[in-house]
Design a protein around this ligand. Structure first.
Ligand code: FDA
Length: 397
């Protein structure tokens, strides 16, 4: 039987976090093996941002992350920031642009980011091995031994970078959670985040014909968290950036409130518009502010009156204001991991060092990226966590 091959560091998972960790450790002169069970590395990077990868955000801040310990992300984000990643992108001559709200995308293709990371891994002397299943991990007196479908390995440091459960068709597996369990690390319950809502059957009937209509809104969760972005009606329910963002703050059974007129105060707008055009129908007036099909459907459903502006009484105007500024939905659920961008929960950060991502009670074991209980907002925040946590571990493994 062939003797086990020895590396200083073995990293399981060649996604965003694993690649960043590998190149950082490689540049420090560590011998690094980066393994993945897929036949292609960085698959989520490749499909991200509609194929253009929203690789970071200019406005990265700890408050944009959901984590049971809200201070946990601070150290790693400060030590490898969005500006550090942008500098790497610029060094590779990759053209990029800000789309909106500080979100940075490649001008050309997400492939540029994968090529950049694999080139850096190559320069740093990292060995990359795909199509490799990890069969068993055993802790040694010092370090770990790994039995894999491609042979046995020994390492001083073992880094788990296998991501979360979102998008199983892209190879997501619960592997990282199983390793955490094997070593007695606490897991926090996982759920789908940044995910579209499905509607209760009666709401689905009410709104499904609006599929494709987008409305700028302020979405508010029961906890008070708000996002001002677009909401999109779909044939299954609600999506769009405002909905994806607020889904990470939603608990089953709760309502989400949507301000359908975020730029207007309905009472003053209605008073002014009535003074200028008293005989204008509410339908035509509101269609200046909202998509016409939405207004028509709300009238059809009897939620809005089919009246002229001058027929509206004071109380009715106030009721309409309440309705339009606080239109709400109690989602039936979410589309789940099948379409979620991230997984909330995971390896409890109380088990890990916020400086190095090392497991406090298992010397030499590290968790980075989405496998841990850290999830960011939509808009490049999740990749930045992968870069920052990958770098933090890469500096010490
Ligand atoms: P990631 O999932 O990237 O990598 C894990 C790796 O581990 C994979 O290569 C997988 O094959 C491997 N693996 C899994 N199980 C294994 C096993 N048992 N053995 C060996 N290897 C195993 N974020 C953002 O900031 N901007 C964006 O534009 C987008 N867009 C986006 C689109 C879509 C459709 C999705 C699903 C997600 C995004 N995201 C995003 C989120 C982002 O993709 C995500 O947060 C990071 O990829 C997480 O990086 P990780 O390296 O932790 O896991």
């Amino acid at each position: 039987m062939a003797a086990a091959q020895k590396f200083d560091v073995v990293i399981i998972g060649a996604g965003a976090a694993g690649l960043m960790c590998a190149l950082t450790a490689g540049y420090r002169g560590r011998s690094v093996l980066l393994v993945d069970n897929a036949k292609q590395l960085g698959r989520k990077i490749l499909i991200s941002g509609g194929g253009r990868c929203n690789f970071t955000n200019q406005n990265i801040e700890p408050a944009a992350y959901l984590c049971h310990n809200s201070h946990f992300v601070k150290s790693a984000l400060a030590r490898f920031s969005q500006w550090d990643f942008i500098a790497m992108v610029e060094r590779h001559g990759i053209a990029f642009h800000e789309k909106t709200l500080g979100q940075l995308f490649c001008d050309d293709s997400a492939k540029d980011i994968v090529t950049m990371l694999t080139t850096e891994c190559d320069w740093a002397g990292v060995t990359i091995q795909l199509r490799t299943d990890i069969e068993q991990i055993t802790q040694q007196d010092s370090g770990f031994s790994l039995q894999t479908s491609a042979g046995d390995y020994l390492c001083d440091s073992l880094v788990v970078a296998t991501g979360g459960l979102s998008m199983p068709k892209l190879g997501a597996t619960p592997f990282g959670y199983k390793v955490a369990e094997q070593f007695g690390l606490k897991l926090l319950p996982t759920t789908a985040g940044l995910v579209p809502f499905t509607l209760q059957p009666e709401d689905k009937i009410r709104y499904e014909q609006l599929s494709g209509i987008a409305v700028p809104v302020i979405a508010t969760a029961a906890c008070g968290k708000q996002f001002k972005e677009a909401m999109l009606f779909t044939h299954r329910g609600l999506s769009g950036p405002a909905v994806l963002q607020i889904s990470s703050y939603w608990q089953p059974g709760e309502k989400i409130s949507f301000n359908l007129l975020p730029e207007h105060d309905f009472v003053s707008w209605c008073t002014e518009t009535t003074a200028a055009s008293p005989k204008l129908s509410l339908k035509n007036a509101l269609s200046r502010l909202l998509p016409k099909r939405l207004v028509e459907r709300l009238i059809e459903l009897g939620d809005l009156p089919d009246k002229n502006l001058n027929q509206l009484g004071k109380g009715e105007i106030q009721q309409l204001a309440d309705y339009l500024h606080h239109w709400h939905i109690a989602p039936n659920g979410t589309e789940g991991y099948r379409t979620a961008e991230v997984t909330l929960g995971g390896v409890d950060t109380d088990e890990l060092s916020s400086k190095t991502m090392a497991a406090k009670k298992v010397p030499g074991l590290y968790f980075i990226g989405e496998v841990m209980d850290v999830s960011g907002w939509l808009g490049g925040y999740n990749f930045q966590w992968s870069w920052s946590s990958g770098y933090a571990a890469g500096e010490v493994v």
